[in-house]
Design a binder for this molecule. Structure first.
Ligand SMILES: [Zn+2]
Length: 121
């Protein structure tokens, strides 16, 4: 058994132990049985969330871009908040803290944007 298969078996065992339900649907990518875990549908072989796209049992891989877009939105909001805070503070230490936070956010934003490009093409 390859390590991938061992990993798949382990994920399946974990999922079933935590109350996951095996569905009649199959993964559109690898044809493995899909699992319902806490209201979400997962392919444990691909280790990806799958979403139903129509009333006929049709399924499609969840687009990772959705999560990244949400992350980008969150990061942008946080940057705005830090920016507002930065305008208010006068204490050099606080300014330093906020600037460092801003730098981390900018780095995260850059990484997330790069990842999004990677997923969109
Ligand atoms: Zn799959």
């Amino acid at each position: 058994m390859s390590s991938d298969e061992a990993e798949y078996m382990r994920r399946m065992a974990d999922a079933l132990r935590s109350g996951a339900k095996m569905l009649a649907d199959q993964c559109p990518v690898c044809n493995s049985p899909l699992f319902e875990i806490k209201g979400q549908i997962w392919c444990l072989k691909c280790n990806k969330r799958v979403i139903r796209v129509s009333s006929e049992e049709e399924v499609e891989e969840a687009f990772t871009g959705i999560t990244l877009n949400e992350l980008l939105k969150t990061l942008t909001t946080k940057m705005e908040e830090v920016n507002i805070a930065l305008k208010r503070v006068a204490d050099p230490r606080e300014i330093k803290d906020l600037t460092e936070t801003l730098i981390s956010l900018l780095k995260a934003l850059e990484l997330a944007s790069n990842l999004r490009e990677h997923f969109t093409d």
